[in-house]
Ligand binder design. Structure first.
Ligand SMILES: [Zn+2]
Ligand SMILES: [Zn+2]
Length: 343
């Protein structure tokens, strides 16, 4: 039987359409996995082309033979301008703000062919440290209300640039979607005296059905009212409203956990296009007891159609319990150690 399920955090409804259920392998990319070239002369993010990007705002320096490990640069085609001011204009029904904001690109590695799922854990940790460094710095800017860190992987996820990169956009306002989530979380805290995310994590760990990975400091799960196939969340076990509160041991664990979660999607579904987003508290509510930051990974396996646009309600053809069961069984350590290494 199909089932309507309500998203605990947004109160939105989702149709889990078991009658139209798709097997995971029907959603997997059918072409064989092929690696890109490690260096592309025309790529603005490849080493040697550093002058093709605006000047760096951050660099994780080299170790060994690489020219550098991670670079953060302003987006050359930025959605917002960092040198303007967020001045509001309200004229009857029309309101606007000068296009102030910060739009960074995090170039994750000098190697054009790398994907997060196959990077060493230590390198993923460098990328996360670059996120945190920029997040911390921008959180202190009084003009900035909210920071979104995200990655688009593949054409269907909105990027045509193959070189591994993620982005950060800091805005002078908080969107109504983000504001709505905070209001639900605050109301829950007022009514029950606890963080709704901490409550849900505890319940999911007990129930086990939707858990994909558990580590000492993080839990990876498929949400009960998953809007799209293989929508995957990574929650820190420790209550923290803001990504900026992550400690060094948690960065190390998150690097391993994120890579493993992406590795399961990569190996299980044939390197699907995906977006991931860090959902963190706005600067004004850092330290809040009612919100809990997390990473949301959305593989782009299906397309949003008329019903979703018209109703705001998603139809998901892969129940999250089936997705979790499938992902738990995907091996991510391919052939490593075979042949005696590690004995
Ligand atoms: Zn490149
Ligand atoms: Zn919490």
């Amino acid at each position: 039987m199909p089932e309507l399920r309500q998203n605990f955090f947004t109160k939105e409804w989702v149709i889990i359409a078991t009658e139209r259920a798709k097997r995971p392998k029907d959603l997997a990319r059918q072409q064989p996995l092929k690696a890109a070239a490690p260096f592309v002369a025309t790529c603005p993010f490849c080493p040697g082309n550093e002058d093709k990007t605006p000047p760096e705002v951050l660099r994780v320096p080299a170790t060994g033979s690489d020219p550098w490990q991670v670079r953060v640069v302003p987006n050359k085609f930025a959605a917002l301008a960092r040198d303007s001011q967020p001045i509001r204009t309200i004229h009857r029904s029309r309101r606007s703000i000068g296009g102030f904001g910060v739009h960074d690109v995090i170039i994750e590695t000098p190697d054009h062919s790398h994907v997060t799922a196959l990077m060493p854990d230590a390198h993923v940790a460098n990328v996360l440290r670059a996120y945190k460094s920029r997040y911390d710095e921008l959180s202190h800017d009084p003009r900035i209300a909210h920071i979104t860190i995200f990655k688009n992987h593949g054409l269907d996820a909105g990027t045509s640039l193959e070189h591994p990169h993620s982005q950060l956009i800091a805005t002078p306002v908080i969107s109504s979607q983000v504001r709505g989530r905070f209001q639900v979380a605050l109301q829950h805290y007022d009514e029950y005296g606890e963080c709704m995310f901490c409550q849900m994590i505890e319940e999911e760990i007990k129930e086990e059905d939707r858990i994909v990975i558990e580590t000492e400091r993080f839990v990876v799960l498929e949400p009960f009212a998953s809007p799209t196939p293989f929508c995957t969340y990574i929650f820190p076990r420790r209550h923290m409203a803001s990504f900026g509160d992550i400690n060094p041991a948690e960065v190390t664990d998150l690097a391993h956990t994120l890579k493993k979660a992406l590795g399961k999607l990569y190996h299980g579904l044939g390197n699907p296009d995906f977006n991931y987003t860090l959902r963190s508290a706005p600067a004004e509510v850092q330290g809040a007891k009612y919100f809990h930051w997390y990473v949301s990974i959305i593989p782009r396996l299906t397309r949003v159609a008329g019903f979703e646009l018209g109703s705001g309600m998603f139809i998901n053809t892969v129940p999250p319990e089936s997705a979790a069961d499938f992902l738990r069984n995907v091996k991510t350590e391919v052939a490593a150690g075979v042949g005696g290494a590690g004995n």
